[in-house]
Design a protein around this ligand. Structure first.
Ligand SMILES: Cc1ncc(C[n+]2csc(CCOP(=O)(O)OP(=O)(O)O)c2C)c(N)n1
Length: 667
């Protein structure tokens, strides 16, 4: 449906043109100087971005972390010069013209794609197409959740996204759109750079979706505008702001707008325009200024836009004065950290008093029963496996369309969308998200897990059914290579607890890791209690520890194990003992934390006796702990469909096999 255009005076139309051209020129110049980058998208979307930032976006460039600011997400992250130009022009701290001149250089704030943490105003890391849209759905959900808790005076802002054809072609976009439409996230507004060009050429080569109809089918308000008509853009954004549904504005633009011979062509997408084309563009656009030069009147107009929210921000600060600063930023402050530790000590004592034979997914649920009441910022969820994952407790109520007081999100069968949304929830501030599926389906959300790690976000992935122990559902559902592949990812803690006490300890570690995401890999099958005493010390914090020392004066063999295989190692130790072989068992719930320990600690734990590693997964990576002479007992291929005990027998992951291997290495 058409929206009424907003009329502009001749003066303001001319200033709009200059302000948009400032973005275009900086984008051309930055890419030219770097000899690489993407000028086309910033030049095409300059009008839309100018209207958004000068008339609609609620922000104060001098206070980029104001919790009630509108969020702006550049999902089409290759157009990073658009964001950097906007941050510079609006006067965000540190985004100097020099930074723009050092676009894509080592140590600059202006990386090839926007990177969270490099500069204030970069709300999320984008570049992998579609992720920003998924993050934005999470941010918009965070806004509603916090609004339900604190009211309109404290939390009331929009989330704007610029997404390109590429973002909308990615599968993740469907999950994000569908989720946002279902949840009626009316404050989410997507500005689609509808330029019909991607890298290979015209988008007609590969796609013929009617995006407006597609969004409408998922419950969005959707419209089309001329993306170079500021009045039409303003009219559409104004209408979107008052919609109770999320909004798509398909902005028809010309990629590389202003480039005399290249505009409208794929050649402007991802390479410098070249000196002649830039000269021609300056003439065509009427921009008679040198490279990186913004005339003072244009810069002043931009700076005025960047500071126009200051009054609103100050008024908000007065209203929010009574609120603890952590509530809308990092909910795990020192008080919450103490509460988590106390809850974990309490549940460990309960586990020790009545040792449970529980699957670790069930122990996890028991731990959550204690944690949820002490952590109001904790928002749980599952991708349609709630009962299997054990993620919902009696303290949870569901979040739903226009019902945001709840604390549990039914993400639906949308693992990728869930993970991207959790990044958005965490980035927004005020929320610590956890979400669940089967471990094997980390592959369905791995790109977002990678971004949690790259951005250093506290996101907890609860990944159950963590091995062939899943049983009858068979090899499609049995992870074998996932542990190794996740352990290869930097800044990700992969936990595989061995019993209920370790589960509690690992939850504590995951929640207290402020800038590292965690994966809790948990069993489907029941496991015996191994830790029969537990005090306030968190033994899992060192990543690995001696669960049972050799009974004799020295170790004959050291058995290293994680998760469900730690109990097999303990059984083997007993059997070996009877035949005079002294074995120690080392539990290794988190390799990453163990690797970070001092060498002396690692050496003491690993010992100098021959080593056997046991894990119901492929062995890649175990050589790190076992050395050249170690023995690995685990998987070497895919699993099979059968009851779990039969599978452990079939694949030779049993106490008897450990015993046999130990006898071989000590003889
Ligand atoms: C997941 C992912 N796949 C591929 C790429 C590489 N890539 C970057 S931009 C792009 C084309 C995007 O087209 P569009 O969104 O239309 O951008 P425009 O050409 O309008 O700038 C591709 C394939 C990427 N960044 N992320």
């Amino acid at each position: 449906m058409a929206k009424p255009a907003v009329k502009m005076s001749a003066d303001s139309a001319s200033m709009h043109k200059d302000m948009a051209n400032a973005i275009r020129a900086l984008a051309m110049d930055g890419v030219e100087q770097a000899k690489s980058g993407h000028p086309g998208m910033p030049m095409g979307m300059a009008d839309v971005a100018t209207v958004l930032f000068t008339q609609f976006l609620k922000f104060d460039a001098s206070a980029p972390d104001w919790p009630d600011r509108d969020r702006f997400v550049l999902s089409a992250g290759h157009g990073s010069m658009l964001l950097y130009a906007l941050l510079h022009l609006n006067g965000y701290p540190g985004m100097t013209i020099d930074e723009l001149k050092h676009f894509r250089q080592l140590g600059s704030k202006t990386a090839g794609h926007p990177e969270f943490g490099h500069a204030p105003g970069i709300e999320t890391t984008t570049g992998p197409l579609g992720q920003g849209l998924g993050n934005a759905a999470g941010m918009a959900l965070a806004e509603r959740l916090l609004n339900a808790r604190h009211g309109d005076g404290i939390v009331d802002h929009h989330t704007y996204v610029i997404a390109g054809d590429g973002c909308l072609m990615e599968g993740i976009s469907q999950e994000a759109i569908s989720m946002a439409g279902h949840l009626k996230l009316g404050k989410l507004i997507v500005l689609f750079d509808d330029n019909s060009i991607s890298i290979d050429g015209a988008t007609s080569l590969s796609v013929s979706d009617d995006q407006v109809k597609r969004f409408e089918a998922s419950g969005w308000a959707a419209t089309r505008v001329d993306g170079h008509d500021p009045g039409a853009i303003a009219g559409a954004i104004a209408a979107a702001q008052s919609s109770d549904r999320p909004s798509l504005i398909a902005c028809k633009t010309v990629i590389g707008y202003g480039a005399p011979t290249k505009q409208g062509k794929a050649s402007t997408h991802g390479e410098p325009l070249g000196a002649d084309e830039i000269k021609g563009a300056r003439e065509k656009l009427g921009w008679a200024h040198a490279a990186f030069e913004v005339p003072s009147n244009v810069l002043a107009a931009w700076r005025a836009a960047g500071s126009r929210g200051a009054g609103q921000r100050k008024a908000w600060e007065q209203r929010a004065a009574k609120l603890a600063p952590s509530v809308l930023r990092d909910p795990i402050d020192s008080r919450a950290a103490e509460a988590i530790k106390a809850a974990v000590v309490e549940i460990k004592a309960e586990f020790v008093a009545a040792p449970p034979k529980l699957a670790t997914r069930q122990s996890s649920q028991k731990v959550l029963e204690k944690l949820v009441p002490v952590l109001p910022g904790l928002i749980g969820g599952s991708a349609d496996l709630t009962g299997s994952n054990g993620t919902r407790t009696k303290h949870h109520t569901a979040v739903g369309p226009s019902a945001y007081a709840g604390n549990y999100v039914h993400y639906g069968v949308r693992e990728h969308g869930m993970a991207a949304a959790m990044n958005g929830l965490a980035l927004h501030g005020g929320i610590v998200p956890y979400g669940a599926t089967f471990l094997v389906f980390t592959d369905y959300c791995r790109p977002s897990i990678r971004l949690s790690a790259l951005m250093g976000q506290r996101v907890v992935y609860v990944m159950t059914h963590d091995s062939i122990g899943l049983g009858e559902d068979g090899p499609t559902h049995q992870p074998v290579e996932q542990l190794a592949s996740l352990r290869a990812m930097p800044n990700l803690n992969v936990f595989r607890p061995a019993d209920a006490v370790e589960v509690a300890e690992c939850w504590e570690l995951a929640l207290l890791a402020a800038s590292t995401p965690s994966i809790l890999t948990l069993t489907r099958q029941g496991l015996p209690a191994l830790r029969t005493a537990a005090g306030s010390e968190n033994l899992s914090a060192r990543g690995a520890y001696v669960l049972a020392e050799a009974k004799g004066s020295k170790r004959d063999v050291t058995i290293l194990a994680t998760g469900s295989e730690a109990s097999l190692a303990m059984q083997a130790r007993e059997q070996l003992e009877k035949s005079g072989v002294d074995a120690a068992v080392v539990s290794m719930p988190c390799w990453e934390l163990f690797a970070a320990q001092p060498d002396s600690y690692r050496k003491a734990v690993l010992g100098s006796a021959p080593r056997i590693g046991v894990e119901a997964a492929i062995g890649m990576g175990w050589e790190r702990w076992l050395g050249d002479d170690g023995t690995f007992i685990g998987m070497s291929g895919f699993g099979a469909s059968a009851p779990a005990p039969k599978l452990f027998e079939h694949f030779g992951i049993t106490a008897a096999h450990i015993v046999a291997a130990a006898r071989r290495v000590v003889s």
